[in-house]
Design a protein around this ligand. Structure first.
Ligand code: WTA
Length: 630
C-alpha cells in the first residue's frame, strides 16, 4: 500500500524487517479491528484454550465495570504451560536466566511446568485456595516466575511487591491485600551487594497481622532469621513428597481475579489494580504477538522487573502464552561494567530487547565504545516503555544498539491497561519520541477540559474511548475510587492521567503525568507515599514532594519539609530524612534533595500546590495563582 508522506523526522522499516514481519500492513489489521472490534478480539481468544467458550465477548451491562468473555472458563497458567506440553514445545526452552554473579539456569516448558506444579502443591499444603491472596517479594530470580504461575494455577490472587520497595511499602500491601502467605527470597544481589529482603520482610510482618506462612527461597545464603512455625525454606518443602506430584489447573471463570498490582495514583495510598484471567490473557497474548513479533526461533529479553506490570505482562504471561523463549537477568545494566547487557546479548544471541528510556540514557552516558566491542548483530527488534523517550536517546538506541536497522517499539501503556495501548509494529514508519498510533481497534483521543478533541499538535488530556480485554476491572477493596478516578472526569471514557498531543499523521506524543505521580527511572511513585514517609519521621511536621527533570532518571524527587517546633534544620537531618524515606518506601523513592522551608503554598481548602513549588524550583511562571491561600 502506498504510504502517505509523514511529517517530521521519519524512519522507515528496512526491507529485511518487513520481510520477516508477521503483520505487513498495519492499516489492514486496524481496519479489521475497528470494523468488527468484538470479532477481532474473539478471533484472538480462539487461539487460546478455554475449558468452556464465552457467551458474550464484551459485557457492558454494568459500566464502567466492563466484563470480557463472560460465561467462559479458562486458566491463564494452563495456557502458559499445559497447552504446550502436548506439542513439540514441550522440549522448547521456556526461559533461561543468568544471575548477577554468573549463575545460570534454564527451563524447558516441560521442566517449568514441573516447578510450577510443585510450588502450587506447596501453597496448597499451606491452605491456599482459590481467591486467597499471596504476596511475593523477591529479586529477579526464576522462583518468582514459578510462584506467580503457581498462584494462577490454583486461582489464588498474586500480589507481587517489587524487590526495590521497603518496609512500609511492603507492610501496606500485605495489609491491604490481607495476604495469607508471603513468598520471599532471603536476599537479592544488587550491584554486588546483598539486599536483605527477608530482614525487610520481618520488619513489615511485625506491622502486618494476616500472614500465616512465609516461604523463603534461598538465593544469597546470608544469615537470616527463620521464625519456627511461620517461616519455611522453599528447597526443604520441595524435598518433601507432597511437593512432587502434578497439580491440575483450577477451572476458572474468565472474570476470576488473577492478580493485584499496587500502583501509585492521584492521592493517598497506592491502590491495588485488579486484573482477571480471561481478558488479561487475550490482551497480553495478542499485543505481544503483534508488536514484538516473536518467532519460534527468537530469543526475547524484556529487561524490566517482574515486580512491575511490564514484567507481569511481558516477562511472564505474554511470552509463555506465545510459547516464546525468553531471557531474564538478575542484575543491573552497568555492573560491574557498562557492557554487561551487551555482553549478555552477544553471549545468548538475543533477538529482541525491551527496556526503558532511563536504562538507555544511563548506558548512552558511557559512550559508544562499550556496545561496539560486542557483536549485537542478533538483534532484530528493540523496545522501550515507562516514560517518554527523548529523541537523542531514541536515535542512539537505534543507531548504536540497533545498527540503524532495528525498529524501536515505543510502547505506551499502564498498570491499569495491562497491555500496549499506543505502539508501533515492526512494519510501520517510526518517529523518534512518538509511540505512533493506538493498537488496532482501540479508540483514543486528546481532549480539553470540556472533553472536546483538541486540534492536531495541541496538548490535552489523553483518554480511551472504548473498553479493551486486558483493562483493569476495579481497584481491589475500593470500587468507588475506580469509578471516581478513571471514569468520572469524562463519563464513559477512561482517563489515563497523562497529557499528550496528536500530530497531523495521528501519531501520539506523550508529554507526561498530569496528576501527582512521579516517574523516577520509569518507576511509578506517588507524591503521597513519599510525603507520608517523611511525616512519619519524628522531626517532620509537613512535607511536599515534586519531580524535577533529571538527565538519566527522567525525574528526580525533590522534597520540601517543614520541621516541628524546636527541631533544627541541619544537613545531617536532611541526610537522615533521605535515608528514612529509603527505609520506609524503598531506595527508588529516596529524595535527591531535601529543602527545609517554613511554609508551603496551599489552596484555600488546604491542598498543597505542588505545581507552584515546581514552577518556583524551575524558575518558570507558576501560572494561575487565584486559588492560592497566601
Ligand atoms: C508512562 C508502565 C511515554 C505514562 C507500563 C503512563 C510512558 C505511566 C510510556 C504508566 C511511553 C509508560 N512513553 N510515557 N512509551 N510508557 N509511560 O503503570 O505516564 O508503571 O501513564 O506502567 O508511564 O506507568 P506504569
Amino acid at each position: 500500500m502506498a504510504q502517505k508522506k509523514l511529517s517530521g523526522e521519519v524512519f522507515l522499516p528496512s526491507k529485511a524487517v518487513i520481510e520477516k514481519a508477521t503483520v505487513k500492513d498495519w492499516d489492514v489489521l486496524n481496519k479489521r479491528a475497528q470494523e468488527d472490534y468484538e470479532g477481532f478480539w474473539s478471533a484472538e481468544a480462539e487461539n487460546l484454550h478455554w475449558f468452556k467458550k464465552w457467551d458474550k465477548v464484551l459485557d457492558e451491562s454494568n459500566k464502567p465495570f466492563y466484563k470480557w468473555f463472560t460465561g467462559a472458563k479458562t486458566n491463564i497458567a494452563y495456557n502458559c504451560l499445559d497447552v504446550h506440553l502436548t506439542t513439540w514445545r514441550r522440549n522448547k526452552l521456556a526461559f533461561f536466566w543468568e544471575g548477577e554473579n554468573g549463575d545460570f539456569k534454564s527451563y524447558s516448558y516441560y521442566y517449568l511446568n514441573k516447578y510450577v506444579c510443585r510450588f502450587a502443591n506447596i501453597l496448597k499444603s499451606m491452605g491456599v485456595v482459590k481467591g486467597d491472596r499471596v504476596t511475593i517479594y523477591m529479586g529477579r530470580v526464576p522462583e518468582l516466575v514459578f510462584a506467580m504461575l503457581a498462584c494462577a494455577r490454583l486461582g489464588a490472587i498474586h500480589s507481587v511487591v517489587f524487590g526495590g520497595f521497603s518496609v512500609e511499602a511492603l507492610h501496606e500491601r500485605l495489609e491491604d491485600s490481607k495476604s495469607k502467605v508471603l513468598i520471599v527470597s532471603d536476599g537479592s544481589y544488587v550491584r554486588g551487594k546483598i539486599v536483605d529482603l527477608k530482614g525487610i520482610a520481618d520488619e513489615a510482618l511485625a506491622r502486618a497481622a494476616t500472614v500465616e506462612h512465609v516461604v523463603v527461597v534461598k538465593r544469597t545464603g546470608h544469615d537470616i532469621n527463620m521464625e519456627a512455625g511461620r517461616d519455611y525454606w522453599y528447597h526443604e518443602l520441595c524435598a518433601l513428597p507432597m511437593g512432587n506430584q502434578g497439580c491440575e489447573a483450577e477451572v476458572l471463570d474468565a472474570e476470576d481475579p488473577l492478580f493485584l498490582l499496587y500502583t501509585s495514583g492521584t492521592t493517598g495510598k497506592p491502590k491495588a489494580i485488579l486484573h482477571t484471567h480471561g481478558g488479561y490473557m487475550v490482551g497480553t497474548y495478542a499485543s505481544l504477538k503483534y508488536v514484538f513479533d516473536i518467532h519460534e526461533e527468537d530469543r526475547y529479553w524484556c529487561a524490566a522487573d517482574p515486580g512491575w506490570i511490564t514484567g507481569h505482562s511481558y516477562i511472564v504471561y505474554g511470552p509463555l502464552l506465545n510459547g516464546a523463549t525468553s531471557f531474564m537477568y538478575e542484575g543491573a545494566p552497568s555492573h560491574p561494567y557498562p557492557n554487561r547487557w551487551w555482553q549478555l546479548i552477544e553471549k545468548y544471541g538475543i533477538n529482541i530487547l525491551y527496556t526503558a528510556p532511563t536504562a538507555i540514557r544511563g548506558l548512552m552516558k558511557y559512550g559508544d565504545a562499550w556496545p561496539q566491542r560486542h557483536d549485537l548483530s542478533s538483534l532484530r527488534l528493540l523496545g522501550t516503555v515507562g516514560e517518554p523517550i527523548n529523541p537523542e536517546a531514541w536515535k542512539w538506541y537505534h543507531r548504536v544498539i540497533g545498527r540503524g536497522e532495528c525498529p524501536i517499539m515505543d510502547t505506551w501503556w499502564q498498570t491499569e491497561t495491562g497491555m500496549f495501548m499506543i505502539t508501533p509494529m515492526p512494519c510501520v514508519p517510526l518517529k523518534p519520541g512518538s509511540g505512533g498510533r493506538p493498537f488496532p481497534g482501540l479508540i483514543m483521543d486528546v481532549v480539553n477540559e470540556d472533553g472536546e478533541s483538541v486540534k492536531a499538535n495541541e496538548e490535552g488530556f489523553l483518554i480511551i474511548k472504548r473498553p479493551w480485554p486486558s483493562m483493569m476491572r476495579t481497584i481491589y477493596n475500593d470500587p468507588e475510587r475506580y469509578v471516581n478516578q478513571y471514569w468520572s472526569r469524562y463519563p464513559g471514557y477512561y482517563l489515563t492521567g497523562d497529557s499528550a498531543r496528536r500530530d497531523e499523521d495521528g501519531y501520539y506524543w506523550i508529554i507526561g503525568r498530569v496528576d501527582d505521580v512521579i516517574k523516577v527511572s520509569g518507576y511509578r511513585l506517588g507524591t503521597a507515599e513519599i510525603e507520608s514517609a517523611l511525616v512519619s519521621h519524628t522531626s517532620v511536621a509537613e512535607a511536599a514532594a515534586i519531580g524535577l527533570p533529571h538527565e538519566v532518571k527522567g525525574n528526580a524527587i525533590h522534597c520540601f519539609v517543614i520541621l516541628k517546633e524546636g527541631v533544627e534544620a541541619t544537613p545531617q537531618l536532611g541526610e537522615e530524612l533521605r535515608k528514612h524515606v529509603g527505609h520506609e518506601v524503598g531506595p527508588i523513592a529516596r529524595p535527591e534533595n531535601i529543602e527545609f522551608v517554613s511554609s508551603l503554598p496551599k489552596t484555600r481548602s488546604g491542598k498543597i500546590m505542588r505545581r507552584v513549588l515546581k514552577a518556583k524550583a524551575l524558575g518558570v511562571d507558576p501560572g494561575n495563582l487565584s486559588t492560592l491561600e497566601e
